[in-house]
Design a protein around this ligand. Structure first.
Ligand code: GDP
Ligand code: PGA
Ligand code: MN
Ligand code: MN
Length: 626
């Protein structure tokens, strides 16, 4: 120990450690920090302790600089505007690097551009990294953040250490993960996920800093090294690119660990629904692509009596079969990083009530009385109040343009949610009885259906598609494939990932039922056929009854079990066109299956497990005959 310590101190050389006790960090962490200090050459090193004093110190600094601005209407809430060039995840600059290309990505058809993850060779990645990281923190402080994904010390949890030169990132990591010195104790000399993040804006700055938000959008690079459990992110401060515990660790790296250890790391919410009459509680996990309704569903406010909904997680689920074969899930995160626009006291009161204190609002508008504002809050603020948009312009409700960026976000502690589940931090997790897939499907796809089997359900998941949203850089509303809602988060070969899902159906595992939902089907006038939000409880009610084997409420269709007419509670709803909501246009489905088959052939040809082809063949046959 002594020898290693000496070397490390020498390597940190003249760079001061302005906070924390370096000598008491675990050895492996010392070496990790020392190596990156040498590479990034920060002005100082700051070891975070996760305390409130620390947060206040950082907030104060950021207020002085002008990056954060206090919203005086609430308690400890701050608004932040980014450089308008740094507002979303950047999928095109996200890579996985492994020795063997086909560990990272599937074999694609010749001439086809793979969209299920991107591989970069170790050699090229080294060049790209060398072109960015050396000296990238010059003149800035490097923060060392110890964090746990999942409750600290739980057997299902994993530890990471993030180095970053962004104090905004530090503040958000404190909300989204569990940052604490206890992490060092639990870690000891074990392995951890190595996370390195830089805004890519060393001093003196070369690039004009806009809104006091340093970044380097031209040179964004988000690199994953699953073999050594390392993540290096450069150039962006936006959440999905910079809060490395979230998408990079809890999905892309974790799914690699999950494959090796026989569990699942998925882009899923977890919620519990209690039927008040019997007290029976059913837990559901659901995967929808980014900005397609996970946060809203996870904390929905039921519009019909008799149900109590409680949220465990709104974005990521780690799930594992226990020794009795029951599937248990935890939420590895500690906060919600939610889409702001569309959120209001009608659509999602629980989210609104969660973010009235200790929260950070990014790229939203601000009202003259010190409140937040975004599209969807028209009826909840004074109609004539002066508003400053996310771009800093003066604006009023009714004028052209928007107050908030469509991907504006709130970052708030999950524990503040009025309906947070009492077991949300239970180390064992909660028992998952159903998995739901879904997406934005304007035509053809019914409100809900149930897969015939696990294998069929995995195929349904593999064929998930959705309209593009503002959560990443895609423009327009094109319908994109997004298998299991994981396309942007694929951390290894997509074909093998499907194989992993299929492999879970073995003794003693009791695999959950799989469903598909679509809140976004339109009528010919372009209006939603389904009211959505709190009314989605009506669909969950049907799902729960199916989970508990109620047979009389389902009818067989070519694509799966559909609700029998009248089996979904429509009491108190305006007119709902059941036939249109559940119709299965034959030509649409024939085309859709052909197109999905083509997608799988293009993107994962030889790697797609035979069981998926068999399911597609059978589906095609049923649709043709049906
Ligand atoms: P997430 O990114 O998957 O967590 O999605 P959110 O729950 O944040 O929702 C993203 C956007 O979809 C928001 O603007 C919501 O208002 C909207 N949304 C969510 N649920 C529904 C729904 O049931 N129906 C409709 N029409 N829109 C919804
Ligand atoms: P979301 O999370 O799924 O709630 O949109 C952020 C993201 O996926 O980018
Ligand atoms: Mn997400
Ligand atoms: Mn969300």
């Amino acid at each position: 120990f002594h020898e290693v310590h000496e070397i490390v101190v020498q390597k940190l050389g003249h760079i001061p450690i302005v906070k924390g006790d370096f000598a008491h960090l675990p050895n492996k962490v010392q070496r990790f920090v020392a190596a990156w200090v040498q590479e990034c050459r920060p002005r100082a090193v700051y070891i975070c302790d996760g305390s409130d004093e620390e947060a206040h110190e950082i907030i104060h600094k950021l207020e002085e600089r002008g990056l954060l601005h206090k919203l005086r209407k609430y308690e400890e809430c701050y608004i932040c505007r980014t450089d308008p060039a740094d507002v979303a995840r950047v999928e095109s600059k996200t890579f996985v690097t492994t020795e063997d290309k086909y560990d990272s990505v599937a074999h694609v058809r010749e001439g086809v551009q793979g969209i299920m993850g991107q591989w970069m060779s170790p050699e090229l990645m080294e060049v790209e990294m060398n072109n960015r990281f050396p000296g990238c923190m010059a003149g800035r402080c490097m923060y060392i953040i110890p964090f746990s994904m999942g409750p600290i010390g739980s057997p299902l949890s994993k530890i990471g250490v993030q180095l970053t030169d962004s104090n905004y990132v530090l503040l958000c990591m404190r909300i989204m993960t569990r940052v604490s010195p206890k992490v060092w104790e639990v870690l000891g000399d074990n392995e951890f996920v190595r996370c390195v993040h830089s805004m890519g804006c060393p001093r003196p700055v070369q690039r004009k800093v806009i809104n006091h938000w340093p970044c380097n959008p031209e040179k964004i690079l988000i690199a994953h090294f699953p073999e050594i459990r390392e993540i290096c992110s450069y150039g962006s401060g936006y959440g999905g690119n910079s809060l490395l515990g979230k998408k990079c660790f809890a999905l892309r790296i974790a799914m690699n660990i999950a494959r090796d250890e026989g569990w699942l790391a998925e882009h899923m919410l977890i919620m519990g629904i209690t039927e008040e009459k019997t007290g029976r509680e059913t837990f559901i996990a659901a995967a929808f692509p980014s900005a397609c309704g996970k946060t809203n569903l996870a904390m929905l406010n039921p519009t019909i009596p008799g149900f109590k909904v409680r949220v465990v997680g709104d974005d990521i689920a780690w799930m594992r079969f226990d020794e009795n074969g029951e599937l248990y899930g935890i939420n590895p995160e500690a906060g919600f990083f939610g889409v702001a626009p569309g959120t209001n006291m009608k659509t999602n009161p629980n989210a609104m009530l969660t973010c009235l204190k200790n929260s950070i609002f990014t790229n939203v508008g601000e009202t003259a009385d010190g409140g937040f504002y975004w599209e969807g809050l028209e009826d909840e603020v004074d109609k004539n109040i002066a508003i400053t948009t996310w771009l800093g312009e003066n604006w009023r409700i009714g004028q052209p343009g928007k107050a908030a960026h469509p991907n504006a976000r709130f970052t708030c502690p999950a524990g503040q949610c009025p309906i947070i589940h009492p077991k949300w931090e239970d180390p064992k997790g909660v028992p998952i009885s159903a998995i739901i897939f879904g997406g934005r499907r304007p035509v053809g796809v019914p409100l809900v259906y149930e897969a015939f089997s696990w294998e069929h359900g995995v195929t349904v998941g593999a064929c998930v598609k959705s309209e593009a949203t503002a959560a990443a850089e895609h423009v327009g509303k094109q319908i994109m494939h997004d298998p299991m809602a994981m396309r942007p988060f694929m951390g290894y070969n997509f074909g093998k990932y499907l194989g992993h899902w299929l492999s879970l159906n073995k003794a003693p595992h009791k695999v959950p039922k799989i469903f598909h939902v679509n809140w976004f089907r339109l009528n010919e006038k372009g209006q939603f056929l389904w009211p959505g939000f709190g009314d989605n409880i009506r669909v969950l009610d049907w799902v729960i009854r199916r989970v508990h084997e109620e047979e009389s409420i389902a009818v067989k269709s070519p694509i799966g079990w559909l609700p029998k007419k009248g089996s979904i509670n429509m009491d108190g709803l305006g007119p709902v066109d059941w036939n249109e909501l559940f119709s299965l246009p034959k030509h649409y489905w024939e085309d859709d299956i052909r197109e999905s088959r083509r997608f799988l052939e293009d993107q994962a040809n030889g790697d797609v497990p035979p069981a998926i082809w068999k399911e597609l063949d059978e589906l095609e046959k049923r649709v043709k005959e049906g």
